[in-house]
Design a protein around this ligand. Structure first.
Ligand SMILES: [Zn+2]
Length: 359
C-alpha cells in the first residue's frame, strides 16, 4: 500500500503530475483501479502537506459552545480537501490515503490531531467572526500612518506570484467604453474622451494625484453608472478599441486553482489571496467626495506596484453596474473610435441613446 493513482484524484494538476512523473501499477490499493499510473505515497505526502498546513483542528480554536452545538462529522481533513479544493475524487478514498500517510507519524511528539478532529482554516474563521485585524487592514494602517513608501506589511514575493497567476491578455481590437458628463447637446469629440492631462488628474481609487489612468468598462451601462450622473445629465459615451496587446491583472474572482502548483508557499498564498480580494473590493467602492487622500493611499500603492511589475492595467468588478472595469495605466494602449450620447437617464442609470449618429 505505497502508491496512489490518477483515479484517486480529481485535481487536474495532481493527475497531470502522476501521468508525467508516476509509474504504472497493477492495482491501486486505495481506489481499486487496475493498470494505472501512480506515485509513491511519500511523494504525495510532501505535495499535500502544505495544503494540510492551512488547517487546524477546531478543538484548538472554536469556542466551547460552538464545538458542542455544531455537527462537524463531515468536516474532517479529507472532507475539506475534497470539498474546498477538489483534491480527492471521493472523501473516503482521501481518508484511506491520509490514514496511511499520517497514522503513527508523530508531529511534535503527538499524533496528528487533524486525523482525529474536524478541521477548519483558523485565519478565515477569525476574519469572519472576530474583529482581529487582517493583512489588508494592517497594511492600510501602516501605509496611512506609519510607513508611506516602503511598507513592511506588503509581501512582494507572495503578491508577485498571485498577480502573475491572475494575469489575462486583452487582445488588439477589444472594445471598451468610457463615459463623461457633457453639456446639453454638446457631446465630446473622440480626442476629448481620454483621461485628463497629468497636471489636472485628481486622485482616484487607483491613480495618485497628478498621474492619469484611463478608466474603461466592458459595456456602456457600466461606464455610465460608474460616473453616477443625475437624471438631468447628458453623458458622452466613447467607444475605445485596444490598439496594443495588453496584460491585465484580473481581480474579479478568488482564483487560486490547484493548491499543489504553489508548493510550500501555498498557506501564504492563501492568506494573501484574501489581501488581494480586499484590495479588489476597495477599488470597486464608489469615490466618496468627502474622503481624504489618505483613504486611497493603500489602493494606489498596490496599483502602482502592479504597474511597476510591467502589467498594463487592472480588471475589477463594478460595484454600480453589472460589468467589469478596466483601468489602463497608459492611455495610449486604447484609442477612442466614436462617441454617442445619452438622454433620459433613469435613477438606475439606464438610458436611451440620443443619436444613432456617431461623433
Ligand atoms: Zn487509486
Amino acid at each position: 500500500m505505497n502508491h496512489c493513482c490518477i483515479n484517486c484524484f480529481q485535481d487536474e494538476w495532481m493527475i497531470d503530475h502522476i501521468k508525467t512523473k508516476g509509474e504504472q501499477i497493477d492495482e491501486c490499493s486505495f481506489c481499486g483501479a487496475e493498470d494505472v499510473m501512480a506515485i509513491e505515497l511519500t511523494e504525495f505526502k510532501s505535495l499535500v502537506t502544505p495544503v494540510i498546513n492551512l488547517y487546524t483542528a477546531i478543538t484548538n480554536f472554536y469556542p466551547m459552545e460552538i464545538l458542542k452545538e455544531q455537527d462537524n462529522s463531515e468536516n474532517m481533513i479529507w472532507d475539506k480537501l475534497t470539498h474546498d479544493w477538489g483534491i480527492f475524487d471521493d472523501p473516503s478514498v482521501g481518508e484511506s490515503i491520509l490514514s496511511s500517510i499520517y497514522e503513527d507519524d508523530p508531529r511534535d511528539g503527538t499524533f496528528y490531531d487533524f486525523m482525529n478532529d474536524a478541521v477548519d482554516i483558523e485565519d478565515d474563521w477569525y476574519e469572519e467572526f472576530s474583529t482581529k485585524a487582517n493583512l489588508w487592514s494592517d497594511f492600510c494602517y501602516e501605509i496611512r500612518h506609519v510607513n508611506r513608501f516602503a511598507p513592511k506589511t506588503f509581501a512582494n514575493e507572495i503578491i508577485d506570484k498571485i498577480i502573475e497567476a491572475n494575469q489575462i491578455a486583452v487582445e488588439v481590437g477589444t472594445i471598451l467604453y468610457r463615459a463623461r458628463t457633457q453639456q446639453e447637446n454638446k457631446p465630446y469629440t473622440t480626442n476629448k474622451m481620454g483621461p485628463p492631462p497629468p497636471k489636472d488628474a485628481v486622485f482616484g481609487r487607483l491613480n495618485p494625484q497628478g498621474i492619469a489612468y484611463l478608466y474603461l468598462s466592458d459595456n456602456p451601462e457600466t461606464c455610465v453608472s460608474e460616473i453616477r450622473p443625475d437624471t438631468t445629465s447628458e453623458v458622452s459615451i466613447g467607444t475605445f478599441k485596444i490598439v496594443r496587446e495588453c496584460r491585465f491583472v484580473e481581480l474579479t474572482s478568488e482564483y487560486i486553482g490547484s493548491p499543489f502548483k504553489w508548493g510550500k508557499s501555498f498557506p501564504m498564498i492563501y492568506r494573501y489571496k484574501n489581501f488581494l480580494n480586499e484590495f479588489g473590493k476597495d477599488i470597486s467602492k464608489p469615490i466618496n467626495p468627502k474622503s481624504s487622500y489618505l483613504d486611497y493611499l493603500p489602493t494606489q500603492f498596490v496599483s502602482e506596484y502592479i504597474k511597476q511589475k510591467g502589467y498594463d492595467g487592472i480588471v475589477f468588478k463594478s460595484s454600480s453596474g453589472s460589468g467589469l472595469n478596466y483601468t489602463l495605466f497608459n492611455h495610449k494602449m486604447a484609442k477612442c473610435i466614436d462617441v454617442r450620447f445619452t438622454t433620459e437617464i433613469k435613477a438606475n442609470y439606464s438610458f436611451k441613446l440620443k443619436t444613432d449618429d456617431v461623433i
